[in-house]
Ligand binder design. Structure first.
Ligand SMILES: *[C@@H]1O[C@H](CO)[C@@H](O)[C@H](O)[C@H]1NC(C)=O
Length: 406
């Protein structure tokens, strides 16, 4: 009970924050934004509370890094689109069509369509990993998973792709010079052929922050942060770029075109900016993170495309929803979240011109409306009950089994 009370208290604080943000136009800013919901933390709220957070932010698309049944269940009827991920270690098994069918039958089918699964990420950054055998498993696994979706009548709803690190490119500057690394030149056409036939997008994880951190004296901070700047013109195409992210995306498009694939869509499966870093991680500050994400959200609001495909809205999934305290590596790795684990903002994403009024309206929304608070408590209670439901179901089926065996 004490725990429940604490939970209610936390969600009230959190909801108060969000309600105050929504009153200031934040909700408009993040409409139709995708977000990566990573869970490498020991202090994150349960999925059903996360659902409430996403709804309040009007975030309509999310990606998880597994097929956690608890998350898939919590997302049911939420109307939030969800991309799930197949672990790298499963690729060898899932090359087998029979195994892939079984996997989709267990991890996808039972949740669909109540949970709006729209994509399966097969592995993560395989083409730039150390394990070259995984590369040879990737396309066969994608083919088998897609075939399983076809067999179950789900392929019209669920895309199959894989997120790629920007390091798949050997050249990315200027964008028209874009080309894939020679080591993966042989495998790329198979992969692109799969995307072309199934009409799935190429997913790229693109972090202009890395480019800045590696060379802060030569890379313009304004250019990587989407701030006003003179930008650069690609002399081969005469296309003008005012930010690095769009240039990186167009470099991917040119790389694919060089292999004969012109029509494949590109989606940014991850981009973001850390709000904290080690002393040698130049640029990893809350201020820069706020500017990057705020400017990015504004661009998303305008449904912008890149200079090469100005009329095709660039789909973007921001990394990440939460700071994740158990991520290994430099300090920045644990500080990409828009939110702290307790649901408060890690920094001010869209509110700086209005922030002076935010604290007062937060307290108003917390204290002035007793029925709203009641409703929120009720919601959190439901959320907690919901959490126990799977355990209850397991308990029930054990009981049934017991009867069966007697
Ligand atoms: C950056 O600093 C951290 C400690 O603050 C250190 O562990 C790491 O090796 C450094 N990285 C580089 C590239 O110098």
């Amino acid at each position: 009970m004490e725990k429940l009370k604490r939970k209610i208290a936390i969600s009230n604080i959190l909801l108060g924050f969000l309600i105050s943000l929504s009153g200031l136009g934040f909700l408009e800013v993040v409409e139709s934004l995708g977000i990566n919901y990573g869970q490498v933390g020991n202090n994150l709220p349960p999925p059903c509370e996360v659902i409430n957070l996403l709804k309040l932010f009007k975030i309509t698309k999310a990606r998880i890094y597994d097929t956690n049944p608890q998350v898939l269940t919590a997302f049911a009827k939420s109307n939030i689109e969800l991309i799930v991920t197949v672990d790298n270690q499963l690729l060898s098994t899932l090359m087998d069509p029979q195994q892939a069918l079984q996997w989709v039958g267990t991890h996808i089918r039972p949740y669909f369509p109540a949970t709006r699964i729209t994509g399966i990420a097969v592995g993560n950054e395989i083409f730039t990993g150390d394990d070259t055998t995984l590369m040879t498993y990737l396309v066969p696994a994608m083919v088998s998973i897609h075939a399983a979706l076809v067999k179950l009548g789900l392929d019209q709803f669920i895309q199959v792709s894989t997120p790629n690190s920007l390091a798949v490119l050997e050249e990315s500057y200027p964008p028209s010079a874009g080309s894939f690394r020679s080591e993966i030149n042989e495998i790329m056409p198979q992969f692109l052929q799969f995307l072309a036939t199934t009409k799935a997008p190429f997913w790229i994880n693109a972090y202009p922050y890395f480019a800045y951190k590696d060379d802060p004296t030569r890379v313009s901070l304004d250019y990587v942060l989407f701030n006003p700047n003179s930008g650069m013109t690609d002399r081969n195409t005469n296309l003008h770029y005012d930010n690095m992210l769009y240039a990186q995306v167009d470099a991917v498009i040119f790389s694919m075109a060089k292999m004969g694939y012109d029509g494949i869509e590109v989606m940014v499966s991850e981009t973001g900016w850390p709000s904290k870093g080690d002393p040698n991680e130049t640029g990893a500050t809350a201020e820069n993170a706020a500017i990057y994400n705020r400017n990015l959200l504004r661009r998303q609001m305008k449904d912008e495309g890149t200079p090469l495909r100005p009329n095709k809205r660039l789909e973007i999934y921001v990394f990440a929803l939460f700071n994740e305290d158990m991520k290994p590596g430099p300090t920045s790795e644990r500080n990409y979240g828009l939110l702290q684990p307790d649901g408060t903002m890690a920094y001010n994403v869209g509110l700086s011109p209005l922030s002076s009024s935010s604290s007062s309206s937060a307290s108003i929304s917390l204290t002035s409306d007793a029925t709203q608070v009641k409703q929120r408590e009720y919601k959190t209670l439901l959320c907690s009950i919901f959490l126990f439901l799977p355990f209850f179901q397991v308990f029930m089926s054990r009981q049934r089994l017991g009867i069966f065996w007697q």
